[in-house]
Design a protein around this ligand. Structure first.
Ligand SMILES: [Zn+2]
Length: 154
């Protein structure tokens, strides 16, 4: 995909970051829009749908940018939903994940195993939970680091 379009999108986002106050910027998750744009541009080299989604993203951002300096709560909600739908293609098709995704999953899996092992192996649930928790933590952190290396963390 062409780099100029990505630059334009990044320019629009920076412009909005300067224009909106901090709370609005945060609520609109402008930083996340930036990362989504980057990923769509990256995967768009091989994925037709990413190219289409990038155009959708451009339209959304232009629309948002053409509004006033104050963004209504209902608009913020609307753009959160729009952002989610852009993300869902990246997550489903390209296995892109949020930072700490595996950590949270494996920590709860580890805890449940900990309860089971605590009850069966050690006959002590209080001993099983921290062991399960640490194992889950180690596995989750490892998988997160691996995903980061592959550029799959958004
Ligand atoms: Zn795609």
């Amino acid at each position: 995909m062409n780099k100029e379009r990505l630059d334009v999108v990044m320019g629009i986002i920076s412009q909005m970051e300067r224009r909106f106050d901090k709370t609005t910027t945060k609520k609109l998750q402008l930083e996340k829009w930036r990362r989504v744009a980057n990923k769509l541009n990256f995967f768009g080299k091989e994925c037709e749908e990413c190219r289409q989604q990038f155009t959708v993203l451009e339209n959304h951002l232009n629309q948002l940018n053409s509004g006033g300096n104050i963004v209504e709560p209902s608009k913020i909600k609307e753009y959160t939903i729009k952002l989610k739908s852009l993300l869902s293609h990246l997550e489903k098709k390209h296995k892109v994940i949020s930072d700490g995704y595996y950590l949270s999953i494996y920590m709860s899996i580890g805890m449940s195993f900990g309860v089971v092992f605590g009850l069966t192996l050690f006959d002590n649930i209080a001993l099983g939970i921290p062991i399960g928790f640490s194992v889950g933590l180690a596995i989750g952190a490892g998988l997160d680091a691996d995903a980061k290396k592959k550029g799959l963390v958004i």
